[in-house]
Design a binder for this molecule. Sequence first.
Ligand code: 48C
Length: 305
Amino acid sequence: MRLRQSFHFFLFGMFVGLSLSGLIFFGYTSSWFSRTDVTPWLAPVVCEGTFDSNLIDSIYKQQNITIATTVFALGKYTRFIKDFLESAEEHYFVGFRVHYYLFTDQPEAVPEVKMGKNHHLTVRIVPSMDRWQDISMGRMEILEKLMENELANKVDYIFCLDVDTKFYGRWGVETLGRLVGVLHPWFFDYPRDQFTYERRQESQAFIPAGEGDYYYTAAAFGGSLADVHHLTKTCRKQLNIDAANSIEAIWHEESHLNKYFLNKKPSKVLSPEYLWRDINMSVGQVKIIRFSHVAKNNAEVRPNV
Ligand code: 48C
């Protein structure tokens, strides 16, 4: 009897061993380990085909969420507001409650744009600045104070977007998460050593060679209010330290954002579908363009070079 039992035990062991090695072999050969729909820390990388729009909409519809969305349009960038808002109303969190905060130095230049159901626009006046770098970097402190003084306990999520952009496809609740970064459309298929991180140790945005996960864009980021508040507060503090030390990171607040995401990994990463190069660029590796920079002549549209 004992012999029979140990034989069965042996067979069972063989079965488990073979199936395990089969799985490992299958996984390895089918590049299961090098999946592109998750980060090394297993955060989802959202792109077409990784989510079911109807299913995820029905799930979030059961929650009464509000998404704040900030955008800045100072100087000649006011020309981008109309396309930004009109295209957002077609594609951005359609059917959900959205509150846009538009910061500008020219409120009179804000065009009339018809807002959809549960979509509201608040225009805020901010002082002009004569360096586009200061305008761009200055956003971090303005966002930090907006969240601290006005949005706490009023909104669930926030996204901070560039205005020289336009929506071309769905941007929905699949993008919601605690801390959300967006892959930069010029570097998502580059090796890490070619990322344009800040490489000078004197800057608070410094990332040494051999470190870093992705190169994130500062043209789009978001997440829960608490996490995005902490992100903007940290970037603001670092920008101020650099300014006191007379150093300006290579790509301004984007350098600080990348430093932040190095230490505090995003809980969700959006593929470059969610911020493509200007629309005329070849679509190439993305299946769909949802949101994109628009072609512009920087020298003509910025107050300084
Ligand atoms: O509103 C302005 N006006 C300017 O003169 C320069 C920048 N900006 C804001 O900063 C816009 O919201 C821009 O989208 C953002 C910085 N981003 C850019 O200029 C390009 N997308 C890199």
